[in-house]
Design a protein around this ligand. Structure first.
Ligand SMILES: Cc1cc2nc3c(=O)[nH]c(=O)nc-3n(C[C@H](O)[C@H](O)[C@H](O)COP(=O)(O)OP(=O)(O)OC[C@H]3O[C@@H](n4cnc5c(N)ncnc54)[C@H](O)[C@@H]3O)c2cc1C
Length: 560
């Protein structure tokens, strides 16, 4: 019987668990249990993948012994990738020729030999580069007509540009967070870091740009009357503010905002900028920021890492032939923005790099940033910076859609600023209505508490009775795509602790989790972990609060 019974887990919870299982027999036993029980295909695939990885690690293959006729071309490519001895490779090549003589397999082996011994081309540069439009003249792909594809080869790049979103005439928090983070990164980058550094992800010290001149943090403001916010952006870390204001821009509009941002980035007549395009761009991962980031990065023919929560700059050693231009080569790319983002429901982090390739630059290296990922900086009113007004004609056709009427949503539910937040997760699944009631009763027992939810509840298909339905909506969601709260006490009942939830609450002073699973991730960042069923624990907590018992107990704890 394996230690982990897969039938007791959802696939999202099982993934991280089996990463620690190193025994193939254990995984096989889990596969059998799953097949005999729930028999879910995705779970079986997950287990099979893990098994394959473990057995592959176990096999120490001797290339001279391998029977090539039993390998697919992909297997051959994988095999030769790990061989560094050209003679061994030649032996493999001869055996392939004598056997199945597959063209692709032979070319993989030959290119591996070539990458070890060096290219036999006279100039060593490999095959001559033919631009895509010449190579495929029959293709009428729009990209081949874009002005800036051709412009972004061997360009010059500088500075970190931060798009500062505003609402009702004020910078939103994430704009200030990004300015603070950009400041810290560029101070380290320029070798000018004083005091506060990014302990978690320090940026490499380059001593400034390629000529040793410091690079800047450039705040971009677009909207109606946004010039007034320039001083605040500087106080939060910008060296320079570029703003474009127009009364037609009071509301976010895709086209004019994109056109203006891109024009600021690449217009050769825009005086302050003596480089081709920004080196880095940051946008907030808000509704509008996500929209703008994708449009701008697409228009500038670069890439985008969306929803990042970690950033730093350092060199990266890359061996992908699409980037190095030569199979088997490794190449160091300098000044690469490493953009970390949670994936697979937050159980894994990916680091996204936006890297040039031969004959094609990919700049700016851009990402959008999850609100709440970085600290809001203390503004420094003494900081000095330059303010530049950007001007361009705004085409009337960009405003062809007129907003004639709109509904102002209710202010929604503000979960911030309360002493206590009680949040419910999918642990309410056995009786969702009762689960919400219990959470609300606990909220009432505190003097100043708010009621929140994990996204798991909001996206579930639970049906709720009418009297609690009003409490289940996105406006109560806590986390990456919801609100960020920092109460004195955060009660998380039936919440597993996925990263997207964590970023919305882990700055709370005291976190109390109630969960039936002693291994739930939330345990790692809780101050108190109550292993138990929320349907039993919550009423007891409420009762203890109402009777004053909890306050006495807490007082005793703090006296000790
Ligand atoms: C781009 C993106 C953005 C996201 N944004 C957010 C966000 O802002 N906020 C957010 O919350 N999520 C967000 N998510 C979803 C997130 O990844 C998780 O899926 C979600 O947080 C899980 O919710 P949960 O913890 O309630 O459910 P689950 O992960 O299913 O956990 C339920 C927990 O309840 C426990 N439990 C079960 N029964 C009981 C019981 N009777 N008593 C006590 N405990 C019990 C279980 O042991 C389990 O730990 C986002 C995902 C993506 C991809």
């Amino acid at each position: 019987m394996p230690e982990i019974d897969p039938t007791e887990y959802e696939i999202a919870a099982l993934g991280p668990k089996i990463k620690d299982v190193d025994d193939p027999d254990e995984i096989e036993a889990m596969l059998e249990l799953e097949a005999a029980g729930e028999n879910r295909d995705p779970v079986k695939t997950l287990l099979e993948d893990r098994l394959e990885k473990l057995t592959a690690e176990d096999e120490d293959i001797d290339p001279s012994e391998v029977d090539l006729t039993e390998l697919t071309v992909a297997d051959v490519a994988n095999l030769v990738r790990d061989i560094d001895d050209a003679d061994v490779l030649r032996d493999v090549l001869e055996r392939e020729q004598a056997g199945q003589d597959r063209k692709t397999a032979k070319s993989r082996i030959e290119s591996r030999i070539e990458s070890i011994e060096g290219s036999e081309d006279e100039d060593g540069d490999g095959p001559a580069y033919v631009p895509p439009e010449e190579k495929y003249p029959e293709l009428d792909h729009p990209t081949s007509e874009k002005r800036w594809v051709e412009g972004t080869v061997g360009g010059t790049y500088r500075d970190m540009w931060v798009y500062c979103e505003t609402q009702q005439g004020a910078l939103i928090d994430v704009s200030r967070e990004m300015l603070g983070k950009a400041r810290r990164m560029m101070d380290q980058y320029n070798g000018e870091a004083t005091g506060e550094t990014d302990e978690e992800a320090p940026t490499q010290d380059y001593g400034g740009d390629e000529d040793g001149a410091p690079e800047e943090v450039v705040a971009v403001l677009i909207g109606d009357g946004v010039g007034e916010l320039a001083d605040e952006a500087i106080a939060c870390g910008a060296d320079r503010v570029v703003y474009h204001e127009d009364e037609r821009l009071g509301r976010f509009r895709h086209q004019p905002y994109t056109e203006i941002f891109c024009h600021m980035c690449r217009d050769s007549e825009f005086a302050f900028r003596d480089y081709h395009e920004p080196r880095y761009t940051l946008f907030p991962a808000t509704h509008n920021g996500r929209d703008l980031s994708a449009l701008v990065q697409g228009e500038l023919d670069s890439g985008l890492a969306s929803d990042c929560s970690g950033l730093y700059i350092e060199d990266a050693m890359i061996s992908n032939p699409a980037k190095t231009g030569q199979a088997g080569d490794s190449k160091e790319f300098e000044r690469i923005l490493h953009m970390k983002r949670p994936d697979f429901s937050g159980f894994e982090y990916s680091t996204i790099l936006c890297i040039d390739k031969p004959h094609r630059d990919f700049h700016p290296q851009g990402g959008s940033v999850i609100p709440g990922s970085f600290a809001v900086p203390d503004p420094d009113p003494e900081r000095e910076g330059e303010v530049v007004e950007h001007e361009m004609e705004l085409d009337e056709s960009w405003f062809s859609v007129a907003v004639t009427e709109y509904d102002q949503l209710d202010d929604g539910v503000d979960l911030t600023g309360h002493d206590v937040v009680v949040a419910m997760g999918r642990g309410i699944g056995d009786d969702p209505t009762r689960g919400i009631e219990l959470g609300l009763e606990l909220v009432d027992a505190f003097e100043d508490a708010a009621f929140g939810l994990s996204r798991g509840v909001i996206t579930s298909s639970y049906s709720f009775d009418g009297h609690v339905e009003q409490y289940v909506g996105e406006d109560r969601q806590i986390g990456e795509s919801g609100q960020v709260v920092e109460p004195e006490v955060y009660v998380a009942a039936g919440i597993s602790g996925a990263i997207q939830h964590k970023v919305g609450m882990d700055e709370s002073d005291t976190i109390v989790a109630v969960n039936t699973d002693p291994e739930a991730d939330i345990r790692d960042f809780s101050d108190y972990f109550v292993e138990g069923d929320l349907f039993e624990v919550l009423p007891r907590l409420t009762e203890a609060l109402e009777s004053g018992e909890l306050a006495t107990a807490m007082q005793e704890v703090s006296d000790d």
